[in-house]
Design a protein around this ligand. Structure first.
Ligand code: ASP
Length: 346
């Protein structure tokens, strides 16, 4: 028996006692939607944190690995997909949004948790933030180490996420991201490091709160991002294609033209600095703007505001990958450029 199991057995046998007993109350119902990722990943080696196989475990295995979940919520699981988050596509996003909207409309369901790979977690979380309608908590969670690793972070992250989704305090805050003891807003939070467990941050806006053990502590009362739009995706089956084009010194228009030829209905620029682009690219963006074709200018810097633009649209506080999601959703409602501009620049 390892040290952890020995100590837990000692607590269970009453050798140590923690606090007073609690009267049993009915637990809030939380639905866990599993999509795969490292949190469901496994490897032959317990020190392998880079070459493991993501999405190896199903939702039941994830839940059974954390029996403590039953102490905080009545948990049920649903497998939406089982993929690395590099393979999350529009169909999976829509399945998730539809499923969450239906279940959270049931009075008996208190909250939802989505388990997800961390690479594109912020995109799914942002998409759900703009497309789920309920004030009830929706928490997106992942892990940086697979389930088989020494100090795997997945079980604690999952327990914290379910505790958060079961909490009244988490209502009316939009979709939340819970990893590494921190609670972030899905609207602003981004992945900032390829391998470290403290990778999810919102550089400017900060965290909304943290966990003390498993107990969520918010720093502020409930609020949602200024001018956050909502999109009703009921009945929507697909979205127009939006491409991201990365800027650098000496960049030309080749990738913009290729994106348009491939069917893009909008383009997001990962601009240098405050959405800036080389002079020829600027000229081309002006032509496209005059034709009513949306080009959103974001920044490759990792943080800050891309301000209003004459040529194209300023992305505001949204990074390129979040801008792509918003432009895709905006285009699904309207192709009118002034309307699309308002979603970003208001
Ligand atoms: N490649 C994994 C994924 O995004 C990484 C992770 O989950 O941390 O699915």
């Amino acid at each position: 028996m390892n040290l952890q199991k020995t100590l837990l057995a000692a607590f269970a046998a009453g050798i140590f006692t923690i606090g007073a007993g609690h009267a049993q109350e009915p637990k809030p119902a939380v639905v866990v939607y599993a999509t795969g990722g490292t949190i469901a990943g496994a490897s032959k080696s317990n020190t392998d944190t880079t070459t493991y196989k993501a999405a190896s475990l199903g939702v039941q295995a994830l839940l059974e690995a954390v029996p403590e979940l039953a102490q905080v919520a009545k948990v049920s699981g649903e497998q939406i997909a089982n993929v690395g988050s590099n393979a999350i596509d529009q169909a999976i996003l829509l399945r998730l949004a539809h499923a969450i909207n239906i279940r959270l409309a049931e009075p008996s369901v208190h909250g939802a948790v989505v388990t997800h790979g961390t690479d594109t977690l912020e995109e799914t979380a942002f998409f759900l933030d703009l497309t789920t309608a309920s004030p009830k908590p929706v928490v997106v969670v992942g892990s940086m180490r697979p389930a088989t690793a020494i100090s795997a972070d997945g079980p604690m992250n999952l327990l914290q996420a379910v505790t958060l989704a079961a909490s009244k305090d988490a209502e009316n805050r939009g979709v939340l991201i819970a990893l590494n003891d921190r609670i972030g807003s899905a609207y602003y939070t981004t992945k900032t490091n390829t391998t470290a467990v403290d990778t999810f941050r919102a550089t400017e806006q900060g965290y909304l709160g943290m966990f003390i053990g498993t107990v969520p502590k918010f720093y502020y009362s409930a609020a949602t991002p200024v001018h956050k739009p909502h999109f009703n995706v009921e009945g929507v089956n697909s979205f127009p294609k939006v491409s991201i084009v990365y800027m650098h010194e000496d960049q030309d228009n080749e990738q913009i033209e290729a994106a348009i030829r491939a069917g893009a209905k909008g383009i997001v620029i990962a601009g240098t600095g405050n959405g800036s682009v080389p002079p020829d690219v600027k000229k081309r963006i002006l032509e496209l703007t005059e034709q009513g074709f949306p080009v959103v200018r974001s920044t490759r810097t990792g943080s800050g505001f891309a301000t209003k633009k004459m040529e194209g649209i300023g992305s505001g506080a949204l990074n390129p990958q979040k801008s792509r999601i918003l432009l895709m959703l905006a285009l699904s409602q309207s192709s009118d450029l002034p309307t699309i501009r308002r979603y970003f620049e208001e």
